[in-house]
Design a protein around this ligand. Structure first.
Ligand code: MN
Ligand code: MN
Length: 313
């Protein structure tokens, strides 16, 4: 999805360097999630947490693989705070923090769920347990449907259900979502994991009142560069130039571009023009179809002959 990488096309990476960079980026990403765990309390601003996690990654000498996703309650993924976002955590919120660092296009991807009231702790625990059980089935030759089956089995044991149209994925160089797709249920896909592959596993679970499917919400704060395109407004042109020089290969948050337009109004007007022109691809917030509460746990692993090595630890 994000493989149109122009400037590092010739960057060849050997296996050992790949693993070393992945482990480094994975460790920073995992630390960022621990930081989120410490920071997130009722009344704290989402924006402060997002900025803090992203600054931690860049100040550690890494790139941001994708904006800090902080999705609450029935939101499953893709919420990142807007420019000057004033939203704060509520005392009953169940929060998914999904984030990753990168270097030379080697990307880490991991997520945790924090339940502030304890009312949804069982849901959060179930997604964590589903992830651990799924990881224990990983090895070269394992079928992706069997990973999904294990996630579904664990969810059912707790009385929950998986979200079927979300799942894990391979992680390529400058390519956050590459093949294979790792389902959160037995989808009948006999694709086998290959030794040396980097994969992210991410059980998303919801309650019985949830549909087990996500739909696109109205909010869009995350985008990715798609293709050069002619746009009429000079403000939109300036924004596209900034996007092309800064975020050619990885997704970006609209608030990262708040230094370009004159005001907030122009920020949204320009991105809308770029979206209409096909210059950028939007990633809308994904919302549970039955408004069920959602929990997610994610880790990235390196597939080995007999098992796997956890990258985000
Ligand atoms: Mn993720
Ligand atoms: Mn992922």
């Amino acid at each position: 999805m994000f493989d149109e990488n122009e400037f590092e096309k010739d960057f060849e990476i050997d296996e050992e360097t790949h693993r070393k960079l992945a482990l480094e980026a994975g460790a920073i990403s995992y630390k960022a999630l621990q930081k989120a765990k410490d920071m997130i309390k009722p009344g704290v601003k989402l924006l402060d947490v997002a900025v803090s996690l992203e600054s931690f990654v860049t100040e550690s000498g890494f790139d941001i693989a994708f904006p800090a996703n902080i999705s609450i309650n029935e939101q499953a993924a893709h919420y990142t705070p807007s420019f000057e976002d004033v939203k704060t955590f509520g005392e009953n919120d169940i929060i998914k923090v999904d984030f990753g660092a990168g270097k030379h296009g080697v990307l880490a991807d991991c997520a945790i769920t924090i339940d502030l009231s304890g009312n949804n702790q069982k849901l959060a625990d179930a997604s964590y347990d589903a992830l651990q059980n799924a990881i224990s089935t990983v090895k070269a030759g394992a079928k992706v449907r069997d990973i999904g089956k294990e996630i579904e089995r664990t969810a059912a044991k707790y009385g929950f259900k998986p979200i079927k149209n979300l799942g894990g994925h391979g992680v390529g160089i400058h390519d956050l979502h590459s093949s294979p797709f790792i389902p959160n249920y037995d989808n009948g896909d006999d694709t086998e994991l290959e030794e040396g592959a980097y994969i992210a596993i991410e059980p998303f679970l919801t309650t019985q009142q949830g549909k087990g499917m996500v739909i696109n919400g109205d909010i869009v704060e995350i985008y990715a560069f798609s293709q050069p395109s002619g746009v009429r407004q000079s403000a939109s042109r300036a924004m596209l130039e900034a996007i092309q020089s800064r975020y050619m290969s990885e997704p970006f948050a609209l608030r990262w571009l708040s230094d370009i337009p004159k005001n907030k109004f122009e920020l949204y007007l320009s991105i809308r023009e770029l979206m209409r022109a096909g210059a950028v691809e939007p990633f809308p917030v994904l919302v549970e179809g039955g408004n069920g509460m959602v929990a997610q746990s994610e880790a990235e692993v390196l597939v080995t002959k007999d098992g796997c090595e956890i990258i985000t630890k």
